[in-house]
Write a protein of this length. Structure first.
Length: 82
């Protein structure tokens, strides 16, 4: 499994409740693609949302996000952590 950081743009004004709902929508179906979404962060002012996950591929991450209704604009593998 690889870690991925994905980025969503255009979510200006997102609230904590909306971020939680979007994260929960991913968690509800993540097992279908053997993905696990670990955490999500948001900057309501810039409209940027970040999600950290473990998954077999970036495509699996994107399929879950698309089904949950919030396609990622960027997905980056994160092979190194400290």
């Amino acid at each position: 499994m690889t870690r991925f950081m994905d980025v969503h743009h255009g979510m200006e004004g997102i609230t904590a409740d909306q971020l939680r709902e979007a994260h929960q929508a991913d968690l509800a179906i993540e097992k279908d693609e053997n993905v696990h979404f670990e955490q999500a962060w948001a900057d309501p002012e810039s409209g940027t949302v970040y999600c950290l996950s473990e998954a077999p591929s970036a495509e699996a991450v994107q399929r879950i996000h698309e089904r949950a209704g919030h396609k990622a604009d960027e997905i980056h593998a994160v092979p190194l952590t400290v």
